[in-house]
Design a protein around this ligand. Structure first.
Ligand code: ADP
Ligand code: ADP
Length: 229
C-alpha cells in the first residue's frame, strides 16, 4: 500500500539569471512501513526530495501524494500543520536545543502534537533512560542522535525522515544509530525515509531509490534487507 507517491516532480531554483534544475521529473513510490533509502552522489537532489517530502519546500511542478493527500497543492498554513503532525525529522547534526535537557528537547517537540507518545517512554526505547536530565553537550554524538530520533518519534508522525543521520558519527556509532532506525521501523510499522551518499547503507533498506542529476536512475525493492548488527 503506497504511502508516498512522487509523480513527475520537478524543482527549479532561481539564482539571479541562472536556473538550477534540482529535480527533473522524479517518480517513485514508497509503501507504508518500509525502510526506504534514497541514495546518490552530492548534488543529485536528495535533500530537495526530503525537503519537499517534509513540507519544507514546494515542488515547481508535479504531484506528491502522502497518505492519499496531495501535499504539492497545500497552502502555507496546511504545510505548517502537515510538518507538525505528519513529519518527524532527523538531521545529520542533531539540531538539539543546547540549553534544554534531553527530556526537555523531546517534550518541547510534542507540545504541538495531537497524539504524541510519552517522551520518557520513547527516550527509554532509544536506550537513554539514564541520560534524560543531561544537556546535549554532556552526551556523545551517538547519544545526541538518539535524542534527536526520540524527539522525532515521540511526535508519532506518519513519516520519519532522516537526512544523513549517520554522517557525523564514526562507523561503529553510525551502525548503532542505523540499527535503531531499522528496528524502530520494524517495531512500530512507521515509514522511514533515509537519504545518504553512503552506498554501504543501501543493502539495509526495503526499498532503494538511486537518484542522480535530479532523476531516478534506478529503484529496486529488496525482499531480504540486511539486518544491521
Ligand atoms: P544532494 O542532497 O543530493 O546533495 P541537493 O538536493 O542539495 O542535492 O541539490 C540538488 C541541486 O540543487 C544542486 O545542484 C544544488 O546546488 C541545488 N540547490 C539545492 N538547494 C538550492 C537552493 N536553495 N538554491 C539554489 N540551488 C540549490
Ligand atoms: P557513542 O558510542 O554513543 O558515541 P562514546 O563512546 O562516544 O559513545 O561515549 C562513551 C561515553 O562517554 C558516553 O556514555 C558519553 O556520555 C560519554 N561522553 C562522550 N562524549 C562526551 C562529551 N563530550 N561530554 C561528556 N561526556 C561524553
Amino acid at each position: 500500500e503506497p504511502i508516498i507517491q512522487f509523480e513527475h516532480i520537478t524543482k527549479q531554483y532561481h539564482m539571479g539569471e541562472v536556473v538550477i534544475d534540482a529535480l527533473r521529473g522524479v517518480d517513485f513510490t514508497i509503501n507504508k512501513g518500509e525502510f526506504a533509502i534514497v541514495a546518490g552522489p552530492s548534488g543529485a537532489g536528495k535533500s530537495t526530495v526530503l525537503n519537499i517530502l517534509g513540507g519544507m519546500d514546494t515542488p515547481t511542478d508535479g504531484h506528491l501524494l502522502v497518505d492519499g493527500q496531495d501535499i504539492s497543492r497545500f497552502d502555507r498554513k496546511q504545510l505548517i500543520a502537515y510538518r507538525r503532525k505528519a513529519i518527524g525529522f532527523v538531521f545529520q547534526f542533531y539540531n538539539l536545543v543546547p540549553n534544554l535537557t534531553a527530556l526537555e528537547n523531546v517534550e518541547l517537540a510534542v507540545e504541538i502534537c495531537d497524539h504524541p507518545f510519552s517522551p520518557r517512554k520513547v527516550l527509554e526505547q532509544v536506550g537513554l533512560e539514564d541520560r534524560m536530565q543531561n544537556f546535549p553537550a554532556q552526551l556523545s554524538g551517538g547519544q545526541q542522535q538518539r535524542v534527536a530520533i526520540a524527539r522525532a518519534l515521540a511526535k508519532n508522525p506518519t513519516l520519519l525522515l532522516c537526512d544523513e543521520p549517520t554522517g557525523a558519527l564514526d562507523s561503529g556509532t553510525g551502525r548503532a544509530v542505523l540499527k535503531l532506525l531499522q528496528d524502530t521501523c520494524r517495531r512500530t510499522g512507521m515509514t522511514v525515509v533515509l537519504i545518504t551518499h553512503n552506498l554501504a547503507i543501501a543493502p539495509m533498506g526495503d526499498r532503494l531509490i538511486h537518484i542522480k542529476n535530479g532523476v531516478v536512475e534506478r529503484m529496486e525493492t529488496n525482499p531480504h534487507p540486511k539486518t544491521v548488527d
